[in-house]
Design a protein. Structure first.
Length: 360
C-alpha cells in the first residue's frame, strides 16, 4: 500500500481538504495509476454539495489522465508505463447490451473492488468510481484507456467526462453529419464540446444558445456559426429564423431543465432529433403536448457520457487533436495545484472558465 495526497469532501457543503489517503496494492483486475492531470468538473461539485449521494467522505476527481504504475493479476489490456485516460464506464463485455454489440449501453459497468481509505481506515467513496484529485488512484483496469503519450495530460484527461459527453452527444447520439443544422442550448464545457463536435462532423449551421456572452464568444471560437443570447432573444424563434424557418436537424440540450428541453423540442425541424445531455434535477418534470410529440416525428434521445466507447473514441479523438484537427486544448482555461480545487469550484460557479485542471 501507499500513502499519497487526495482531495476529500468530508461532509455536505463543507470545503474540501487535502489529506493523506491510503492506496492499496492492485488486486485482480485492478490498476494503480499515477495521476498527472485531472479536470475540475461540475459533477465533483455536486458530490461536495450532496447532490449525488451521501456516502461521505468522498475522494473527488474523475476527469483524469496519467501513467499506469502497477496492475493486478489477470490484467492484460494495460501495463505499467502506459499513458491512459480514465473513464467511469468500464464495460463488462457480458451483459445483454455488450452481447448485442452495443457496449456503450453496458448495464454492468464496474469499478475497483478494493477501497481506498483515510489513514484511520475510514473507507472513501471515489467520485464516479475514480477519485483522481490525488497523486495516485486505484481503479478497475477497464477504466484505463491507452492513448498516444504525445498528448498533454491536462488535455487528454478532459475526454474522461465533460468534453467526451458533449462531443459524443453530437456525433454518437445525435448523429450530426455533413450539411446538418445544429442548435446547442447551454454553452458551458459540455455544450461547447457539442459545438466543436458538430463542426468536426461537418455541420454547416451551428447555433449556440446561452445567457452568458462570454460563453457565446467561446462557442463561436469553437465553431458556432451563430450565437443567441436567450436573456434577450427567444431562442426558439431565433433558431427557426437561422434555419430557413424550419428548425434545426439536431438540437442538443446541455442544460437539462424542463424549460430548456421544451425549447429544444420546439426548435427542431420536423423529423429532427433532440438530445438531452444536461443532467436534470431528480425532481424535474416535463409536460409536452402528446400530439406534438407524435406530429413532429423524429427522435427524443438522452446521451449518457456521449454514448461513448472509450476504447474506440478516446484514441481516435486524441489522434485528431495531435493532427491539429480537434482543438481540445481550448477547453483548458487554467492549470492549478491540488490544493486549488476549492477555489476552482468558486471560479466555475462564476462562469469564468470552461475547465480548471489540476496538474500534479
Amino acid at each position: 500500500m501507499q500513502h499519497v495526497r487526495g482531495v476529500i469532501a468530508r461532509a455536505e457543503g463543507a470545503p474540501v481538504s487535502v489529506e493523506t489517503i491510503v492506496i492499496p496494492d492492485p488486486g485482480p483486475g485492478e490498476a494503480v495509476v499515477k495521476v498527472q492531470a485531472c479536470g475540475v468538473c461540475h459533477t465533483d461539485l455536486h458530490y461536495r454539495q450532496g447532490g449525488i449521494g451521501d456516502e461521505f467522505p468522498y475522494l473527488l476527481g474523475h476527469e483524469a489522465a496519467g501513467i499506469v504504475e502497477s496492475v493486478g493479476s489477470g490484467v492484460t489490456e494495460v501495463g505499467p508505463g502506459d499513458f491512459v485516460v480514465l473513464n467511469w464506464r468500464a464495460v463488462c463485455g457480458r451483459c445483454r447490451a455488450c452481447l448485442r454489440g452495443r457496449p456503450w449501453y453496458c448495464f454492468d459497468t464496474h469499478n475497483a473492488t478494493q477501497r481506498m481509505t483515510l489513514e484511520d481506515g475510514t473507507e472513501l467513496s471515489p467520485a464516479l468510481g475514480i477519485g483522481a484529485f490525488a497523486d495516485k488512484t486505484l481503479v478497475a483496469a477497464g477504466q484505463c484507456t491507452r492513448v498516444d503519450p504525445a498528448a498533454e495530460p491536462e488535455v487528454a484527461g478532459l475526454l474522461g467526462c465533460g468534453v467526451m459527453a458533449g462531443l459524443g452527444a453530437a456525433v454518437n447520439t445525435g448523429g450530426v453529419g455533413r450539411g446538418d443544422s445544429v442548435a446547442v442550448i447551454g454553452c458551458g464545457g459540455v455544450g461547447s464540446a457539442a459545438v466543436l463536435g458538430s463542426r468536426t462532423a461537418g455541420a454547416t449551421t451551428i447555433v449556440a444558445v446561452d445567457l452568458d456572452e462570454r460563453k457565446l464568444a467561446k462557442a463561436r471560437e469553437l465553431g458556432a456559426t451563430h450565437t443567441v443570447n436567450a436573456a434577450t432573444t427567444d431562442p426558439v424563434a431565433a433558431v427557426r429564423d437561422l434555419t430557413g424557418g424550419h428548425g434545426a436537424d439536431v438540437v442538443i440540450d446541455a442544460v437539462g431543465t424542463p424549460a430548456t428541453y421544451e425549447q429544444a423540442f420546439q426548435a427542431r425541424d420536423l423529423a429532427g432529433t433532440v438530445v438531452l445531455v444536461g443532467v436534470p434535477a431528480p425532481d424535474a418534470r416535463l409536460s409536452l403536448p402528446l400530439a406534438d410529440v407524435f406530429g413532429r416525428g423524429g427522435s427524443l434521445k438522452s446521451s449518457w457520457y456521449g454514448d461513448c466507447l472509450p476504447s474506440r473514441d478516446f484514441p481516435m479523438l486524441i489522434d485528431l487533436y495531435l493532427q491539429g484537427r480537434l482543438d481540445l486544448g481550448a477547453f483548458v482555461s487554467e492549470t492549478i495545484p491540488l490544493d486549488g480545487v476549492e477555489e476552482a469550484f468558486a471560479t466555475m460557479r462564476d462562469g469564468d472558465v470552461l475547465r480548471s485542471v489540476v496538474v500534479l
